[in-house]
Design a protein around this ligand. Structure first.
Ligand code: FAD
Length: 293
């Protein structure tokens, strides 16, 4: 398939991109890695009349340490995150997640800004961004604004980005040395968009009771947004016994509102509850020990 005809403009700065998006209006689209947009255009699911190519904005391709964690430029490729020593040191959970994105050819081109702006249900970056309450920096005609992950994702393939606004940076908090972490997903084949994805962090007290735990899930919310589990608070102060984990799995099952487009809600909810509790229990031993050693 071929895309419908479109005009194309390559820009070299954020202000040029915003000006072009403003000038060409709602029928214009940014193209970054093109790994989602070109598919949609080739299938004619999307027919933008005007493409603004941001690949020339070299200053959006970076990973930097900040006072609280990491700042990643919107044009940073998945592969760069996957291989970054800084990411490994400061927020290794991101690398656990990014390994699951598609195949290396796609990771060589796809960008973090593109993935978050696209907001495909279950997408790995979205789940980690929501889990860690990361912040998304957007620039538009009215200047810069910082959007918390909780507010950024608003529906299936929809975000809080306003017309002519673009993502320029994503800010992740550092994971402390005492924090265990994991990312797991259910897919039909490695590299496919996940049916269900899950990310977790865990801190234990010296007596092995839970000090802090968070779990986020992708593709279990009928709203089409990454979901942060509330029931996890019941773990606080408890030891992670099989009974406690089984209880948590049941509570999560009751709490989530699976995507009605998933093939079989029951099967997938069971699968994700299984992987969540299994992984949390692994976290209490292997991963946690690795982190604190
Ligand atoms: P593009 O395709 O260029 O753009 C996607 C959308 O985001 C467009 O609407 C575009 O206008 C907008 N956009 C891009 N950059 C910005 C910006 N800075 N500001 C505002 N809007 C912007 N993804 C996963 O997460 N998990 C997977 O398992 C997975 N599997 C895949 C398998 C295949 C076979 C393919 C082809 C893709 C897969 N993807 C997967 C998608 C891939 O991760 C994409 O790279 C990503 O979703 C989009 O990033 P991109 O840079 O390619 O964006």
């Amino acid at each position: 398939m071929k895309p419908a005809p479109f005009e194309y403009l390559a820009v070299n700065s954020v202000s040029e991109a915003v000006t072009a998006l403003q000038r060409y209006g709602p029928n214009s689209r940014i193209i970054a890695g093109g790994q989602s947009l070109m598919q949609e255009m080739n299938l004619r699911q999307t027919r933008p009349a005007f493409l603004v190519d941001i690949n020339g904005i070299k200053e959006l391709d970076y990973i930097r340490e900040t006072a609280n964690g990491l700042a990643i430029g919107a044009l940073t490729r998945h592969r760069t995150v996957e291989r970054s020593e800084l990411v490994q040191k400061i927020c290794p959970l991101l690398q656990e997640a990014v390994k699951h994105i598609a195949h290396f050819q796609i990771r060589n081109r796809g960008t973090i800004g593109g993935s978050l702006s696209h907001n495909a249900p279950g997408a790995e970056y979205g789940v980690v961004t929501r889990l860690l309450d990361a912040e998304i920096v957007a620039v538009g005609p009215d200047g810069e604004r910082i959007i918390p992950a909780e507010k950024f994702f608003i529906g299936h393939f929809k975000t809080d980005l306003k017309p002519a606004e673009m993502v320029t940076e994503v800010r992740f908090p550092a994971l402390s040395k005492e924090t265990g972490y994991a990312f797991l997903e259910v897919t039909r084949r490695h590299g496919h968009i996940p049916i269900v994805s899950t990310a977790a962090t865990l801190r234990l007290n010296p007596d092995d009771t839970v000090k802090e735990a968070h779990i986020a899930l992708g593709n279990v919310s009928s709203k089409g947004v990454p979901y942060k589990v509330k029931a996890v608070s019941r773990l606080y102060g408890q030891k992670l016994t099989q009974d406690v984990l089984a209880d948590l799995a049941k509570a999560i099952e009751a709490e989530v509102d699976p995507d009605p487009h998933a093939d079989s809600e029951a099967v997938f909810v069971k699968q994700f509850s299984g992987i969540t509790s299994r992984r949390v229990s692994e976290l209490s031993s292997a991963t946690y020990r690795k982190q604190v050693s």
